[in-house]
Design a protein around this ligand. Sequence first.
Ligand code: NAD
Length: 494
Amino acid sequence: MGEEKKALFIIFGGTGDLANRKLYPSLYRLYKKGYLKDHFAVIGTARREWSNDYYREIVMKNIEELTESTEHAAAFASHFYYQSHNVKDTEHYVNLEKLACMLDEKYQLEQNRLFYLAMSPKFFGIIAKNIKEQNLLTENGFDRLIIEKPFGHDYDSAYELNEEIRASFTEDQIYRIDHYLGKEMIQNISAIRFGNQLIESMWNNRYISNIQVTLSESLGVEERGGYYDTSGALRDMVQNHILQVVALLAMEPPTRLKDSEIRDEKIKVLRALRVYNDEEVRKNFVRGQYGKSTIEGSTLHGYRKEANVDPESQTETFVAGKLFIDNYRWAGVPFYVRTGKRLAEKGSQIDIEFKNVPLNLFQEEAEEDLPPNVLSIFISPVEGFSLKLNTKKIGPGMRTEPIHLTHTHSAEMTANSPEAYEKLLLDCLNGDATNFTHWDEVAASWIFIDAIRQAWNKVECAFPNYPSGSMGPIESDDLLKRDGFHWHWEPEAE
Ligand code: NAD
């Protein structure tokens, strides 16, 4: 059982998809583990007129699959309160403040407050302003603000949004969520690197030839077409998740595993990303959009036919790119990244390819070149590692064959590993910002992304250019082929 935390959660957007699918189950998991017990309360706010009882029913429905017993779930749900609230209406914050004070006393929450903005980013500024002006911030406990992505749609809008929020909250009170940072295997990157002399001593441009990061989705945009069409894969996935993974892979060892030290190192990586001019964008980045295809007899329609998507849309649903980090450790090592929707398989994987041996002693007997060593990190759905090595093939002579040393978490271990949102909520309760994004990281990421977006905006692309169920446009493979490499993770196209 964990050490009990005392806090009031105020969830803006309490009737929304994120709250229902992620936040309530995660809070319940923390309750089951004893981190939340007697001294916590949740206020859900949204525009709809709901009673506390109805809200509690909804909460119980959303944790159904996890519940130990109806009584246990009901005891948990009894800590939930609903307040109908239009975030633009100042009056409502006065009522919210009264309810918050009442709950603070009732549950002895020591004035600890966690404000979770689970709603459209266009409201973040106004909510932050009202929280402060209507005295929802407390004197004695902690005040922490959790905000969901997207954080702006380019550098300027992110800067403006940050200024609005910073008028009410200090940087160390702001927790910008990137749920990738809550994933078990993403957190494992630091353990593999800094827990193993074997690995970390080779973690540089002397031994590594290239690094590949793939975040692949098999679904299309589903019901998110309206939002996605204004965003696209570059902003939706690369600016945040992919660049965060790159920063963790490339950062210098921190002096301690403390949030401020780790963030400092990540920021340096993001600032060292080479920002491309238009010509370099054309050479180093590939965009794609899925078209229709027939898989197992059923036809999947293309992106432009999705609900709420412009039939002439120029929005990319796929990105592949080659990044350079201009510092001493990584000079000359390409980082290839790719992400997309409606790809052959859902999965996230990192592959670190090492340089070839300087001399192939086995050349005379071999039919093929000695393949390079590759360390693969499986992020999801499988969690684990694999290291590809060359060994002697059993039998006469000195022929070699590659073998894989693989360790994967069992299905049971994976199922029991805490959900990303659960871990991040607990981190926030503990005041640990390691797995959240600092403003300086957001700023550096947008500067890199804006250059690509601006170059793309100048030229129309002949979309669609990859069939659903493939691994993206052919140019994505060419990006590596040109350099003598290939994607190590190549799921079979349907
Ligand atoms: P949603 O549309 O399902 O929910 C939005 C919520 O905001 C609802 O509760 C709605 O009632 C409330 N709301 C809207 N206008 C309001 C107003 N004027 N006053 C008060 N309440 C109002 O959205 P969602 O999918 O839950 O996403 C919320 C945030 O989380 C967004 O920033 C989104 O980008 C982000 N996000 C969502 C997911 C996800 O899985 N759903 C994943 C990552 C990030």
